[in-house]
Design a protein around this ligand. Structure first.
Ligand SMILES: *[C@@H]1O[C@H](CO)[C@@H](O)[C@H](O)[C@H]1NC(C)=O
Ligand SMILES: *[C@@H]1O[C@H](CO)[C@@H](O)[C@H](O)[C@H]1NC(C)=O
Ligand SMILES: *[C@@H]1O[C@H](CO)[C@@H](O)[C@H](O)[C@H]1NC(C)=O
Ligand SMILES: *[C@@H]1O[C@H](CO)[C@@H](O)[C@H](O)[C@H]1NC(C)=O
Ligand SMILES: *[C@@H]1O[C@H](CO)[C@@H](O)[C@H](O)[C@H]1NC(C)=O
Ligand SMILES: *[C@@H]1O[C@H](CO)[C@@H](O)[C@H](O)[C@H]1NC(C)=O
Ligand SMILES: *[C@@H]1O[C@H](CO)[C@@H](O)[C@H](O)[C@H]1NC(C)=O
Length: 510
């Protein structure tokens, strides 16, 4: 894409580039969105997820042998990006994607439209997830190889906020809570080692937990801990821990719940020792329809509620299915979208939120979290933590991490593609009136790359294979070294390196 000088100038006029789609990192128990390519902690802000779960067609809509998934059709992605913008959200979670398809156009559309994604690396198909009844049999190089291809397919998109290693794997049927937990850590260890070795940046790896109250607390204590003695980091535990924790919770029902009856007060106290970001990875009880989403304004976001602890959440879900959780109706015959009352109500609730601005530099250092088996089993007695041993990494998985999976499908944001502003689908509002739909792309969303100095690049490579203290240390060192390299236009990475004019203008400006 050739950027005209006027586009470049208008881009540069936006200052600070608060809308830039720069990679998000973790600091303490917060997600941090860099405010500019300088990645300066005194202006970087805490990021709250305002989002929805997105899987039109449901799990049965995903076919591992098919030639499409929900991010393979640019026309549909344009339609849905428009709807996301109308809702006023900044993030979507997607459950099932095919790592062997090309997602460049859809990911470019979402990026340019200002939308981050959190991606489940698994699918519901056999061999594409950890089978909770047979974790030792399904934790193997075939499954993990697909996870690594998935990481390759998405690692270079700046708007990937994080990956989920698993969704509701640990549950309280049979002995599953006893046998599964160490295998979740094994998968996370492998993913984090692969990212450290083969990705240009740290991408947070989290887990999405089911809302069984005692089990969720035990799972959270188990997955975030990284120290055996409470004073020193244990490498194997740090490397396998969750970088963030998602909770699927439907406790607050519109119109009838409040802070106490929803159990939010219990969340506020039992999760108050968190050292990693917490989000609701699914929420939105639909007992009372239409949903009014009082929990958005009265529970999850305000700093007088869970906002001092949680970093927002994702409403279940975009398109209506048989279980009645949709914000929109999608007509499968013509692909048209009709907003439901739930859409209007969620949009209204989101629009009322006033973020309190917290800067990265206001946060203390990330703290250790002690692995305490009695604290875990006191929450759920059958949780499998007789010790904190993680299953050994099989040799063939270690080899894949060392050499890569030779992925030929490494996605990237397209700089030679003009994202569509209109599309061939009809959008109707909740009164059945056709909406005149045009997507707007804020030019500041095209700023996707942090400045990186050559020193931090080489040190990132040098430490990558053993990196365990990952996100915090690497982001800290890169922000330090980026200030050293301030003004060094040669080190500006990403799409704009293709535009010599931009690099020159930026270096003049800085
Ligand atoms: C890092 O990013 C550069 C530029 O976007 C790309 O050429 C390179 O392949 C990336 N490296 C990895 C390991 O993905
Ligand atoms: C939530 O917990 C914090 C302390 O962790 C407390 O200050 C706050 O008052 C609690 N919120 C409510 C509504 O009880
Ligand atoms: C471990 O957890 C138990 C139960 O919550 C608690 O009584 C104990 O003090 C904890 N141990 C340490 C060393 O923190
Ligand atoms: C930890 O527990 C596992 C599974 O129960 C067992 O195989 C292993 O030997 C134990 N390790 C130690 C060091 O006790
Ligand atoms: C990828 O290629 C390298 C070098 O050609 C090779 O050593 C390695 O075994 C390959 N890995 C896989 C998983 O095919
Ligand atoms: C745009 O770039 C991609 C990847 O760099 C390339 O595969 C594609 O052919 C290019 N398209 C056009 C129209 O130049
Ligand atoms: C919208 O139109 C459809 C048919 O086109 C009809 O079935 C539906 O009841 C209408 N809804 C409203 C709210 O008018």
């Amino acid at each position: 894409m050739k950027l005209s000088t006027s586009v470049l100038l208008s881009l540069l006029a936006v200052s600070p580039l608060a809308q830039a789609m720069l990679p998000i990192h973790v600091k303490q128990f917060r997600f941090i969105k860099p405010s500019s390519a300088d990645n300066d902690a005194s202006s970087n802000e805490v990021f709250y997820v305002k989002g929805i779960d997105y899987q039109p067609g449901g799990s049965s809509g995903y076919d591992p042998d098919g030639d499409s998934d929900v991010l393979s059709d640019a026309e549909k992605c344009a339609r849905d990006a428009y709807v996301f913008q109308q809702l006023g959200i900044n993030t979507v979670r997607i459950y099932s994607l095919n790592p062997d398809l090309n997602h460049d156009k859809c990911m470019t559309i979402l990026n340019n439209a200002g939308i981050y994604v959190i991606l489940d690396v698994n699918s519901g198909n056999y061999g594409e997830n950890l089978d909770r009844s047979n974790p030792w049999g399904t934790y193997n190089s075939q499954y993990i190889g697909r996870v690594f291809r998935f990481i390759d397919a998405f690692k270079n998109y700046p708007n990937v906020l994080g990956f989920f290693s698993g969704n509701e794997v640990i549950n309280d049927q049979k002995d599953y809570a006893n046998i599964d937990p160490p295998y979740i850590r094994a998968v996370q260890r492998d993913m984090k080692q692969y990212i450290a070795k083969h990705s240009n940046r740290t991408i947070p790896v989290g887990y999405s937990a089911a809302n069984t109250v005692d089990l969720r607390l035990a799972t959270y204590r188990y997955l975030q801990c990284n120290s055996l003695d409470g004073t020193t980091t244990n490498k194997a535990l740090d490397e396998s821990r969750s970088d963030f924790f998602g909770l699927n919770t439907y406790e607050w029902c519109s119109g009838t719940s409040d802070w106490e009856s929803s159990g939010y007060d219990v969340l506020n106290s039992t999760f108050s020792d968190t050292v990693i970001p917490l989000i609701f990875s699914e929420y939105g009880c639909n007992k009372n329809l239409p949903r009014t989403f009082d929990e958005v304004t009265d529970g999850l976001y305000p700093s007088s509620g869970l906002g001092n602890l949680f970093s927002g959440g994702l409403v279940y879900e975009y398109a209506e299915e048989a279980n009645n959780y949709g914000l929109v109706d999608m007509d499968d015959s013509d692909g048209s979208i009709t907003y439901k009352d739930d859409f209007d109500n969620f949009k209204s609730a989101i629009s009322k939120l006033k973020d309190s601005v917290v800067y990265e530099s206001d946060l203390g250092d990330s703290s250790l979290y002690r692995c305490n088996s009695s604290a875990i089993t006191s929450a759920y007695k059958d949780f499998g933590v007789s010790n904190f041993t993680i299953p050994d990494q099989p040799d063939d998985i270690a080899t894949m991490i060392k050499y890569g999976v030779n992925g030929t499908n490494v996605g990237k944001i397209l700089t030679n593609y003009t994202a569509p502003t209109t599309f061939d689908y009809t959008i109707k509002d909740s009164d059945n009136n056709t909406v005149d739909a045009t997507i707007t792309y804020d030019s500041s969303n095209l700023l996707n790359a942090l400045k990186v100095s050559s020193t931090s690049e080489s040190s990132a490579t040098a430490t990558s294979s053993s990196s365990s203290s990952s996100s915090q240390t690497s982001s800290a060192s890169s922000s330090k070294s980026s200030s050293k390299s301030k003004g060094d236009a040669a080190h500006i990475a990403g799409p704009f390196t293709q535009s010599g004019i931009f690099a020159v203008l930026l270096s003049v400006l800085l």
